[in-house]
Design a protein around this ligand. Structure first.
Ligand code: SF4
Length: 317
């Protein structure tokens, strides 16, 4: 399903020459590697809202809650132009069914956080602003995972984001097929260990949610479930949380493994706990046992099948 996962992205990050100075901000990892596994949908709020290339540079002026988008030298106000265009664009993007959005950091239109705010004298007041389009996008689509190119340089944040866009993609696929109590239970079952690696509380809470089909009101339950799931996955997976999951998985093979095999497995989990090997090492060994002993429940687990392999999930936690 990879290529059916669509992720919006600031167009300049794909190398499109749409910046105010006619340049771009190509990010090769995003275009050349992530772009192989998801469909990247470029959006340039400034050009698409009618601004020229090149154009006068802009910045945000005023309060973080309600900043104005002004050109730096002539002070021309583009706030309403940007808001008007964004309102229509967001409706169009609903049709795209995006699983994520990658914003260009620091931009007064596209930056999702830490954008500089200026006063009317042109002095920086703080960096608590958010680009006008990014802000409207995040309010319109509160569940869609978002990140910016700067934060995605951190391998842990990147891995967390990639995991979330693929989960959200599978969720959209489920909605497309038509939600039923049975399909929701199946979706939840496949994601159990992944959720556990982010939050044991959410793992229990989501389990309780899907376990009472007699109260099943598809719309309410779906909204509640996906909201809780996406917020749990935002929490970082840590070595400690992963060791807990690995031991949980190891427990499934208590009766299958010889003493030597058990010792070897514990050594490898121990090496991961001491950060001597990446998570993918114990995960690979456990997968070997999953196949060997044909463990049906574990075979389905998204956690044990980090995909696509080239994106190196389970390598950075
Ligand atoms: S940061 Fe946003 S508005 Fe600026 S050039 Fe890139 S896509 Fe366009």
């Amino acid at each position: 399903m990879n290529n059916s996962v669509k992720v919006g992205i600031s167009a300049c990050l794909l190398g499109q020459k749409v910046r105010y100075d006619g340049g771009h901000k190509l990010d090769r990892y995003l275009r050349d590697l992530l772009g192989k596994y998801v469909r990247l949908i470029p959006v340039c709020p400034e050009v698409e809202s009618g601004m020229s290339i090149p154009r006068e540079a802009m910045h945000l002026v005023g309060d973080a809650k309600d900043p104005r988008l002004l050109t730096i030298t002539s002070g021309k106000d583009y706030t309403e132009v940007m808001r008007g265009w964004a309102g229509t664009k967001l409706k169009e993007l609903e049709e795209e069914k995006l699983s994520g959005f990658i914003f260009k950091s620091k931009s007064p239109s596209s930056g999702m956080e830490r954008v500089k705010l200026y006063n009317d004298k042109g002095r920086v007041v703080n960096n608590k602003g958010r680009g006008i389009f990014a802000d409207m996008f995040m309010q319109h689509f509160p569940l869609i995972p978002v990140e910016d190119d700067g934060r995605l340089n951190d391998p842990m944040l990147r891995e967390n984001f990639i995991a979330r866009i693929f989960v959200f993609g599978r969720w959209l696929e489920l909605l497309d097929q038509g939600l039923s109590a049975g399909r929701l239970v199946d979706f939840h079952t496949r994601h159990k260990l992944l959720v556990m690696s982010h939050s044991v509380e959410a793992y229990r809470e989501l389990g309780r949610m899907v376990a009472s089909p007699k109260d099943f009101n598809p719309d309410d339950l779906a909204r509640e479930y996906i909201t809780r799931l996406m917020s749990a996955l935002k929490l970082y997976s840590t070595v400690k949380k992963n060791v807990n999951v690995l031991q949980h998985v190891a427990g499934y093979f208590k009766k299958n493994l010889s003493r030597d095999e058990k010792e070897e497995l514990q050594e490898i989990i121990g090496s991961y706990a001491k950060s001597l090997v990446p998570l993918i090492v114990p995960v690979t060994l456990l997968n070997h046992y999953v196949r060997k002993y044909d463990q049906a429940y574990l075979k389905k687990q998204v956690y044990l099948n980090p995909h696509p392999a080239e994106l190196k999930l389970r390598n950075h936690v």
